[in-house]
Design a protein around this ligand. Structure first.
Ligand SMILES: Cc1cc2nc3c(=O)[nH]c(=O)nc-3n(C[C@H](O)[C@H](O)[C@H](O)COP(=O)(O)O)c2cc1C
Length: 197
């Protein structure tokens, strides 16, 4: 389904194959996903860890063909709208950025974005385990997406995730076809340090 000239993803150290195997295609087939499948994907996200088990991650989703999907799609930047419209579902990843203590005091939750990121990764790996693909996008118009999903106060938008069945490269606009392949990573030594930076 992807271009065959792409070099293999070779880990620097032994790792479960699901990690290098996951990548973010942009080409989707026409095949749909069911509400039950989306709920399984969101269920995986629900079990992600979070600071004090506050569970700040929030999701708003739509299936291709419904009004929610269209509203989310319309808030994407044109580059993303050009390919994500063929996805089977779009899932907005947001977070609630405050906690409310027992005495009613409202406190900022400075881990909300970190926890939403963990939830997105659980979601992505569940997608992969179901034989589907996921592609996160940060390219959206923030006020437009906030309006589209009726984002409450003290919440942030993080990403829109396109999910569906991977399609052939020909399903993409011509300008995107050459990029439809797994990419590489910097060496682990660029990001992980024993003891100190
Ligand atoms: C938070 C976030 C925002 C992203 N935004 C976009 C985007 O707007 N458009 C796009 O085509 N890909 C986007 N991507 C996909 C990344 O480019 C991709 O995950 C990265 O190149 C690594 O490739 P891989 O996911 O195939 O391993 C985004 C990914 C993340 C996690």
């Amino acid at each position: 389904m992807s271009l065959d000239h792409a070099p293999a993803r070779l880990p620097d150290h032994p790792v479960d194959p699901q990690f290098p195997a996951r990548w973010s295609p942009r080409s989707f087939s026409e095949a749909t996903v069911t509400e039950a499948e989306v709920l399984s994907v969101l269920e995986a996200a629900r079990w992600a860890p979070s600071a004090s088990n506050n569970q700040p991650a929030r999701f708003v989703w739509g299936l291709r063909g419904d009004a929610g999907f269209q509203a989310i799609l319309a808030a994407l930047v044109p580059f993303n709208r050009d390919w994500a419209g063929k996805a089977a579902a779009l899932i907005v990843v947001a977070s609630r950025d405050v906690t409310v203590a027992a005495d009613g005091k409202v406190n900022p939750n400075r881990w909300a974005a970190f926890d939403a990121g963990a939830a997105w990764m659980s979601l992505a790996l569940q997608v992969q385990s179901m034989g589907l693909v996921a592609h996160a996008m940060g390219g959206f118009d923030i006020p437009a997406l906030a309006a589209a999903v009726a984002l409450p106060e003290a919440h942030s938008l993080h990403a829109v995730v396109a999910i569906g069945h991977q399609g052939p490269v020909e399903n993409l606009p011509e300008g995107l076809r050459a990029r439809e392949a797994p990419n590489q990573r910097n060496p682990l030594t660029a990001s992980a340090f024993r003891g100190r930076f």
